[in-house]
Design a protein around this ligand. Structure first.
Ligand code: CMP
Length: 138
């Protein structure tokens, strides 16, 4: 078993898609072992997306991620990181495969409904930014 970190982004919470996206996650065999709804501060979003700080879309990304609540999650499965990336689909929803969360729900590359960790190492870092060990119940 391994874990990944997930965010249901503001475009998803705004459109009341939390349950529908969780259904896709669970039907794919990922278990939601921690979950909470939070409003990110600018400092939290800037720290979380620190690797993108030189990218032209950084300001817009931080603005969108802090505008409305998000749902942060820890997901567990065998090979959780690649499994969730497959379930999410491509970052750009125009390139996402049929049946993926981003194909089903995303509005654009910026408002792409979900985030998922890109490696086991980053999953551990991202999980620790939002959850204590005691909050994760497998
Ligand atoms: P996410 O997986 O959360 O990681 C970084 C986010 O930046 C990405 O999803 C997109 O929502 C957002 N983003 C906005 N514009 C771009 C872009 N041109 N290329 C990649 N990511 C972008």
């Amino acid at each position: 078993m391994s874990r990944t970190f997930s965010i249901l982004k503001p475009d998803a919470t705004r459109r009341n898609l939390t349950g529908k996206i969780n259904a896709v996650i669970e039907e794919a065999g990922l278990r939601i072992v921690a979950q909470k709804r939070v409003k990110l501060s600018t400092a939290q979003a800037e720290a979380f997306y620190g690797v993108h700080k030189e990218r032209p879309f950084f300001g817009e990304l931080v603005g969108q991620m802090t505008a409305e609540p998000v749902v942060v999650q820890v997901l567990e499965a065998d090979d959780a990181v690649p499994k969730y990336r497959e379930v999410m689909g491509a970052t750009n929803p125009e390139q996402a495969d049929e049946g993926t969360i981003r194909k089903l729900f995303a509005l654009s590359i910026g408002e792409n409904s979900v985030h998922g960790s890109d490696s086991d190492e980053n999953a551990a870092i991202e999980i620790a930014q939002f959850f204590t060990d005691a909050e994760i119940v497998g």
